[in-house]
Design a protein around this ligand. Structure first.
Ligand SMILES: [Zn+2]
Length: 411
């Protein structure tokens, strides 16, 4: 398998290229700088000997590892995204390597006294004795999801160097703009032409996910009536008070801070109000499709009730679906999850199967016809200065990819 040194070198070459995406842009990729890494990946895929290496006008990179068996074997894919989150800067990333981690505090930045400590992040203690890659405390790391890219390319390189390992055709895909929810949007599923795929975009070693939220966004607009306060009696309608009624009518404990596991919620994430008009922005999340629909109905019903109470159409609700739980698309093809589970066990990893409290590119791809569970890439504390990845977890991910390739050919 790839040496630690080479893996660190490969990973570092990716994270030192700034690929932050931008939700306010409407181009694809959303930022021009993402092309730099996309083009470098094309070059590298050609160098390691991959076939059919392509990049389209939206920056989607694809490549093929031809099968080396005669039998008819399904084509599978591995997918990662090369952009990093706009939540925290990804410019001038200076990765630091901590060898033989002793389980204590890691000083990320002496000058600014930024410390990565197991007191704050007890996950660190799982990796005692391992090699960690951290930030210098001033940027994110970008293990989300450049660890996934390093793993996929390393696994392909390994398979190319070891033709004695039998596998079917494998496709790889690298996408822009996942972090702004657009990674799958322009993914050409037909061109990718795989029977199923895995995103390598999870966190802790062992993670395997095929359930995510059903998601919608809602905008509640409340129209008031502004009148001079001195002459307002019987005339003024203060939209902010109606907004408070609306907010308080939703179940107060069904919010992100009171829920976990498969519990859904309403999340008020923005409000802007004046007497004349108030706007509330919500997201609605639920793993259960029936409950999800009921939540959307509840938001509409509350508006209807307030309109009756105030005697006119003051409250309007606009709800837009965002993505759906991929479980519905994965359950009919559960063997693709079983194979991933087996591949992990074969690598000595205990699979951690749990519902994602969010979405992934895989959920969109699953609804676009490419069933796509999510596998760990190894990193922790995504989207911030405390992000880190154990090199050993990345090596395990490479092993899992190789094992999946092998298992699919054995079926
Ligand atoms: Zn990611």
């Amino acid at each position: 398998m790839i040496t630690k040194y080479d893996l660190i070198k490969r990973f570092t070459s990716y994270v030192t290229i700034d690929t932050e995406s931008d939700p306010t842009s409407d181009t694809t990729p959303s930022t021009a700088k993402q092309w730099v890494l996309a083009n470098a990946l094309v070059k590298e895929l050609i160098e390691i000997g991959m076939s059919e290496v392509t990049i389209d006008t939206n920056g989607y990179v694809m490549a093929t590892l031809p099968g080396n068996v005669d039998a008819l074997v399904p084509t599978i894919g591995f997918i990662s995204h090369y952009d990093t989150s706009p939540d925290f800067t990804g410019a001038n990333v200076k990765p630091q390597v901590v060898e033989d981690y002793d389980g204590g505090d890691i000083v990320l930045n002496k000058d600014e006294n930024i410390i990565l400590s197991p007191k704050d992040f007890d996950d660190l203690l799982m990796y005692k004795g391992q090699t960690l890659i951290t930030t210098d405390g001033t940027t994110l790391l970008g293990a989300d999801d450049k660890a996934g890219i390093a793993e996929i390319i390393s696994a392909m390189e390994y398979l190319l160097k070891h033709p004695e390992i039998k596998h079917g055709q494998i496709r790889v895909g690298f996408t822009p703009d996942e972090e702004i929810g657009r990674g799958a949007h322009k993914f050409d599923v037909k061109k990718f032409d795989a029977d199923w795929a895995y995103t390598m975009d999870g966190s802790q070693v062992g993670e395997l996910e095929y359930e995510n939220f059903n998601a919608a966004g809602a905008v509640v607009t409340i129209q008031g009536k502004i009148v001079h306060p001195g002459y307002a009696k019987g005339k003024m309608v203060n939209s902010m008070y109606i907004a408070m009624d609306y907010i308080n009518s939703l179940p107060r404990l069904e919010t992100p801070e009171h829920t976990e596991g498969r519990e859904g919620f309403f999340h008020l994430h923005n409000m802007k109000g004046e007497v004349d008009c108030t706007r509330l922005q919500y997201i609605i999340r639920d793993h259960n499709k029936v409950h999800f629909e009921a939540r959307k109905e509840m938001m509409q019903k509350l508006a209807d009730e307030l309109n009756v109470q105030y005697g006119s159409d003051r409250v309007s609700v606009e709800i837009k679906d965002q993505y759906f739980n991929m479980r519905e698309k994965i359950e009919p093809v559960m063997h693709i999850v079983d194979i991933a589970e087996q591949a992990m066990k074969k690598a000595g990893i205990k699979p951690l199967i749990k519902p994602i409290r969010g979405g992934t590119d895989g959920s969109q791809l699953s609804y676009m016809g490419l069933p796509c569970p999510n596998i760990f890439a190894g990193g922790h504390n995504f989207h911030g200065r405390f992000e880190y990845v154990p090199v050993e977890s990345m090596q395990k991910a490479i092993e899992v990819i190789v094992n999946i390739a092998q298992l699919v050919a054995e079926k």
